[in-house]
Design a protein around this ligand. Structure first.
Ligand SMILES: [Cu+2]
Length: 159
């Protein structure tokens, strides 16, 4: 009787322990976003943007939130790409740069960013938590900056 009771209590205890450990590190399934970068997504749009400016960004975040891979293509931009980033924030407003991509930026380019590339926004989450928020959508955006559009020429919210 005592032994049976112990078993009944032990099973939920183990389940709670497994659940607690699993949630102590922000993780989830891998996620892939296929985004279209457009001038209209800039806040505000750059008046000097190329009339045919466009781009794509494939953003891949693995299950363990250890890195984010970004594959970018673009065409029709007004001028040379001088910087490319993931910014924190929603689609409606500019947000801080949190993951600057190292150059060069010739299309197409691929970058893999890890915690050492991460620039903490004031009061912002740590790197794996930020990636977990990116997976949920609406927490950051890809932005390409050019000579003529220093504040950004094409942009896409990661969602
Ligand atoms: Cu930027």
């Amino acid at each position: 009787m005592k032994r049976a009771l112990f078993g009944v209590l032990l099973v939920p205890a183990v389940m709670v322990w497994v659940w607690a450990c699993g949630s102590s590190e922000p993780q989830g399934p891998a996620k892939v976003f296929n985004l279209t970068l457009t001038p209209a997504n800039e806040t505000p749009p750059c008046t000097d943007a190329g009339v045919n400016a466009t781009g794509t960004a494939k953003v891949t975040i693995p299950a363990d939130n250890s890195s984010v891979m970004v594959d970018v293509t673009y065409s029709g931009l007004s001028s040379t790409v001088v910087a490319a980033h993931i910014h924190a924030g929603g689609a409606a407003a500019p947000g801080p740069v949190v993951l600057p991509f190292p150059g060069p930026y010739d299309s197409p380019f691929s970058k893999t960013l890890t915690a050492s590339d991460y620039v903490f926004a004031t009061g912002g989450p740590d790197f794996p938590t930020f990636l977990s928020e990116l997976k949920d959508g609406g927490a950051g955006y890809v932005n390409l900056h050019t000579t003529a559009c220093q504040a950004g020429e094409v942009r896409a919210e990661i969602q």
